[in-house]
Write a protein that binds this ligand. Structure first.
Ligand SMILES: Nc1ncnc2c1ncn2[C@@H]1O[C@H](COP(=O)(O)OP(=O)(O)OP(=O)(O)O)[C@@H](O)[C@H]1O
Length: 983
């Protein structure tokens, strides 16, 4: 058995042992930053090539982590498949009946990975290319047989595929506007009629085929709300979203709900609010029109797992005289007991689950965008005093909560069934599985295995510890920023899956962040059969992509079309842009280090190289995985400012922690310290921790990450649920002080002071900081221009913006130059500056203060109220020109259209995270062109991160059919679908 390092993503970090005898199906595009990491060190360690050549031959032993399939490997793969019969007959069919649109040449790939442009590439070619040569005939039977042939034993409810014995709810059957007109009728083979009957996954795939046929073209039907419900008119694309969402809820297949994946800032929130209002309005009219109607779609509306447990009639439940509110309805229902779930679980309205940072924004949107007459009753379910009474939750139309609370309160959906198999699959086939550290981790402190406070993690809902969220049956569960559950093995993903609901929605502008596997978690949450079972996801989605990416991605697009609506800001409707946003221009500002910085970086790189070589020589790359990550982190940080590597601002835990540490026994201090010093990984973000801290329960985090939990509403450790507070979180220096019994001497503050002094003395300057200051200076000059008028004096509605398909223009500028901005003096020019490291924000803060630039700050260590205040002040106070934000804490959900400039100080592995950050400013409400400057340092690790980002973008574009090069070739045709689904 050999080992291979894998770091599958920014958040899914893994050391995995891979095995011999892998089937070809294991060749997947797990090109994620690990490969880049290794490649980076390979570039540095030219003398190591023999190892990697050996590593390439690891293929023969099972090193299978690959990026997007390469032309060479794909060809090799296909050739092999043809000879070993793995694909069976379908390979020949590929040649015979391939529709024209599926015969495009393979996507071009990054030359440095392919290896044609430098000496290292051949090693990668070896990695990629050798994999197909691995042959495992014995395993192929598990997968073989083409798309439809490997689903035995998956047992889906065949009964859903039927016809007319289910009565439709009147809203579905009689047409509520455009949404229902073309798909009602009892003969629709997609409709489910209940659970429990066997259904083969071949049939499931047939259903998806039919759904894909109906969704082949971009949805165009629109539905609007009756006047008087929303305080603002819906935009055209939002009316389309409403029609589509309403349809997905009133049809029975493939699942009730879906993924609204519109770009950030296009109005997913308002579309969802409109859906809630629409459904309530329909239910109300329905009940008024047919008060005695009893032919209700019980099965249709039943919770997926409940087997008809949900006995209420939706129309009755929501029937209220002259009001949408559930409150009045509730009184009525209490007497009739219709709002009962299985006789004991109350039926509740819509649950919105979102990151803590956007709860208030949701509340604001619900308040501002819904009229007084239609006001929904809303509960923000958070805080220590939240109700424990499920019937209380059932009183509200909308309940909002956070992922942390769901994770804490809801029994986790078991990973067994599909996932034990899945584990086996992953292990056997070298696929990414969950973060293996969790399996290997041992509690060093003897910390309790189960939370004293919260009890069993996998408790079922009869457990008294199980919270109120899990004790009601929701009409609808909406996951906002649904990428939060992209790793289906996490507690949070499993808890979300455990919520009982009739309809489920994922909202995300960036549903795929790292790999196609991200989609699996949504499918699982949505109960999107057959893909909600990993085995099936693997064989029907991943295998085809690995065999032939062109065809495989098309199939994925078809599968997604059935449940996902995605429009970007560049999408055209009837030839017109869906939204007239001012343009966004992205500048890549490549700057060089100063002489001092370069020399610091070069030394660091050379030390890292030597260390890496030592690990490689000793054959201990795997064991030193975390160290390698740490070295990489240091290189990335050195690109920002040398002081980040030297430990500036290294201790932020504060007095409470210092006091508490003094109360610990020396043994405990030493034990915690040993653990903290053993090159850990943050359990929240899976990166080497910035400002590492350890909790009393023995889990390691970035200080910012753990602060998110402390300042959030749950206050519990995301790993073990122990109660968290500042007095149970310790830094290295605090522990060292206590372990040395050196009470009274805080080495941390000493160190901090020293470093700060060094910084103040200008021991090192940072090219990035200088670039930022230059940009700010230049913007400030522009803002004072003599002819300045906002938008050049034009009303925003008539701005002559060109909106092209690409959405944004990327300009590469080699040296700092500030892109010209339309002059404006009516509103001040404001800038958001992002960094992933709070220590970089510290350094920046110092420089901004020095230049007397007024700014606000937002990072994960701040309370939600403080963050909210910072956003408001930045938005409303004309003197506050700059917001400095942590990428981790500020990239999601926030509306910050006061800013028309965004500066990204460092690169994130995953480009979608940057996109999310940028779109805080580039969203509805923005009236000025948005300029984005990404600052990178030439000839450093950042070059490779840029390359990796391109690779990820290509993968996402392929999955969504958004690769611009392909034009109409990326569009699915009926022939494609027939071919893809073999019908
Ligand atoms: N029809 C509308 N009329 C007026 N304002 C709107 C409308 N639709 C959206 N907005 C505003 O546009 C901004 C962006 O909308 P929203 O937050 O719903 O986008 P989103 O797609 O959910 O973004 P993200 O993915 O970043 O969360 C919000 O301030 C919202 O109030």
């Amino acid at each position: 058995m050999d080992s291979a390092i894998e770091i599958s993503s920014d958040s899914d970090v893994e050391i995995q042992e891979t095995r011999t005898n892998l089937p070809q199906g294991s060749v997947f595009f797990f090109l994620t930053y690990p490969l880049l990491l290794v490649s980076h060190f390979m570039v540095m360690c030219s003398t190591l090539r023999p190892h990697f050549v050996r590593g390439a031959s690891l293929n023969a032993n099972g090193l299978t982590r690959v990026g997007l399939p390469l032309p060479s490997s794909r060809n090799g793969f296909e050739a092999k498949l043809l000879t070993n019969g793995y694909i069976g007959s379908s390979q020949q069919d590929v040649k015979r009946v391939l529709p024209p649109s599926l015969t495009r040449p393979p996507m071009p790939l990054r030359p440095d990975i392919v290896g044609t442009s430098n000496g290292n590439g051949s090693q990668f070619r070896g990695v990629y290319g050798a994999t197909p040569a691995v042959s495992a005939p014995g395993n192929s039977g598990n997968f073989g047989g083409g798309y439809g042939g490997f689903h035995d034993g998956m047992g889906m409810g065949m009964g859903r595929v039927i016809n007319g014995d289910r009565l439709f709810p009147p809203s579905g059957a009689h047409g509520a506007g455009a949404s229902t007109s073309h798909f009602n009728g009892g003969s629709d083979p997609l409709h489910r009629n209940g659970m429990g009957e066997e259904r083969s996954s071949e049939n499931d795939e047939r259903l998806i085929y039919q759904a894909a046929l109906q969704n082949l073209n971009q949805p165009k039907s629109e539905v609007d709300l009756p006047d008087g419900l929303l305080s603002v008119p819906l935009l055209k694309h939002q009316k389309i979203a409403l029609a589509w969402m309403f349809q997905k809820e009133t049809r029975s297949a493939p699942c009730l709900g879906g993924i609204l994946a519109d770009d950030q800032g296009l109005g997913k929130t308002i579309s969802t609010i409109a859906l809630i209002l629409k459904q309530m309005h329909e239910a109300k009219s329905k009940s008024e029109n047919s008060s005695n109607q009893v032919a209700e779609a019980l099965d249709l509306d039943a919770d997926d797992e409940s087997e008809n447990a949900f006995v209420k009639q939706e129309s009755k439940a929501i029937s209220v005289n002259g009001s949408f509110g559930m409150k009045k309805a509730k009184d009525e229902e209490a007497s009739t007991s219709t709002r009962k779930f299985n006789g004991k679980r109350p039926a509740a309205g819509t649950l919105i689950v979102c990151p803590a940072s956007v709860v208030r924004q949701w509340a604001r949107e619900l308040d501002e965008k819904v009229t007084e007459e239609a006001k929904l009753s809303v509960l923000i379910y958070h805080g220590g005093n939240r109700t424990k009474d499920p019937t209380e939750l059932a009183k509200y139309d909308v309940v909002m909560t956070t992922y942390a609370i769901v994770s804490n309160e809801v029994p986790k959906k078991a990973l067994k069934d599909d996932d034990e198999n899945d584990e086996k699959y992953a292990d056997n086939h070298g696929l990414a599985s969950g973060f293996s550290m969790s399996k290997k981790r041992k509690e060093v402190l003897g910390a309790p295995k189960k939370s004293k406070k919260r009890g069993k993690k996998n408790a079922d809902e009869s457990d008294p510890d199980c919270g109120a969220l899990a004790k009601v049956g929701w009409l609808r569960v909406v996951l906002d920023e649904a990428q939060t559950i992209k790793n289906h093995r996490t507690q949070v993903a499993r808890a979300c899956c455990g919520l009982r609901a009739k309809r489920r929605w994922c909202l995300s502008g960036t549903p795929i962040q790292n790999t196609i596997d991200d989609l699996y978690s949504y499918f699982r949450f949505l109960r999107y059969d057959p893909y909600a079972v990993y085995k099936s996801f693997y064989s029907t989605i991943k295998v085809p992509i690995s065999r032939n990416s062109q065809i495989g991605y098309k199939k994925l697009q078809a599968i997604l079309k059935a449940i996902m609506l995605r429009r970007t800001k560049g999408t055209l409707l009837d030839g017109q842009p869906i939204i007239n946003l001012p343009p966004k221009t992205i500048n890549l500002s490549k700057v060089d280090f100063s002489v001092e910085e370069r020399s610091f970086y070069t030394k660091l790189e050379s030390d890292s190289r030597s260390q890496f070589k030592a690990y490689a020589d000793a054959g201990t790359l795997n064991q030193n995985y975390a160290n390698i990550l740490l070295m990489l982190l240091r290189l990335r940080q050195a690109c920002d400012h040398p002081q980040l590597v030297k430990g500036f601002s290294s201790d932020s835990v504060g007095k409470e922690s210092e006091k508490a540490a003094k109360r610990l026994s020396r043994e405990v201090c030493v034990s915690l310290l040993n653990r903290l010093e053993s090159s850990p990984i943050c359990r929240a973000c899976n990166d080497p921790p910035e400002a590492p801290v350890i909790t009393l329960c023995g889990h390691i985090f970035c200080y910012q990450c753990v602060s998110e939990y402390i300042t959030g509403d749950e206050n519990s450790c995301p790993v073990c649920r122990e109660q968290l507070a500042h007095d149970v979180v310790f830094s290295k220096s605090t522990l060292r002080t206590c372990a040395a019994d050196d009470i009274g001497c805080s080495s941390s503050s000493h160190a901090k002071g020293l470093n700060k002094a060094a910084f103040q003395n200008g021991e090192f300057s940072s090219s990035k900081i200088k670039t930022v200051l230059d940009i700010l200076q230049s913007l400030s000059n522009q803002g004072r221009g003599p002819n300045s008028t906002q938008n050049g004096g034009m009303p925003s509605s008539s701005l002559p913006y060109d909106v092209d398909d690409d959405d944004d223009d990327v300009t590469i500028i080699e040296q700092t130059s500030v892109p010209s901005t339309p002059p404006c003096n009516q509103a001040p020019v404001k800038t958001i500056i992002f960094s992933q490291w709070t220590s970089m924000l510290d350094v920046l803060e110092f420089s901004l203060n020095e230049k007397t630039i007024e700014f606000r700050r937002l990072d994960g260590t701040m309370s939600l109220a403080a963050r909210d205040r910072a956003v408001k002040e930045f938005s409303n106070d004309p003197d506050v020109k700059v917001m400095i934000m942590s990428l981790k804490a500020g990239n999601l959900g926030l509306n910050m259209v006061a800013a028309s400039h965004v500066i990204l100080l460092d690169l994130w592995w995953n480009p979608t995270t940057e996109d999310q950050a940028i779109d805080r400013a580039h969203r509805i409400g923005q009236t000025r062109p948005v300029t984005v400057t990404r600052i990178t340092i030439t000839n450093t690790v950042e070059d490779r991160i840029l390359a990796l980002q391109e690779e990820k973008r290509a993968m996402v574009a392929s999955a969504f059919g958004e690769d611009h090069g392909g034009g109409s070739a990326t569009r699915l045709t009926v022939d494609d679908l027939k071919y893809l689904f073999m019908v």
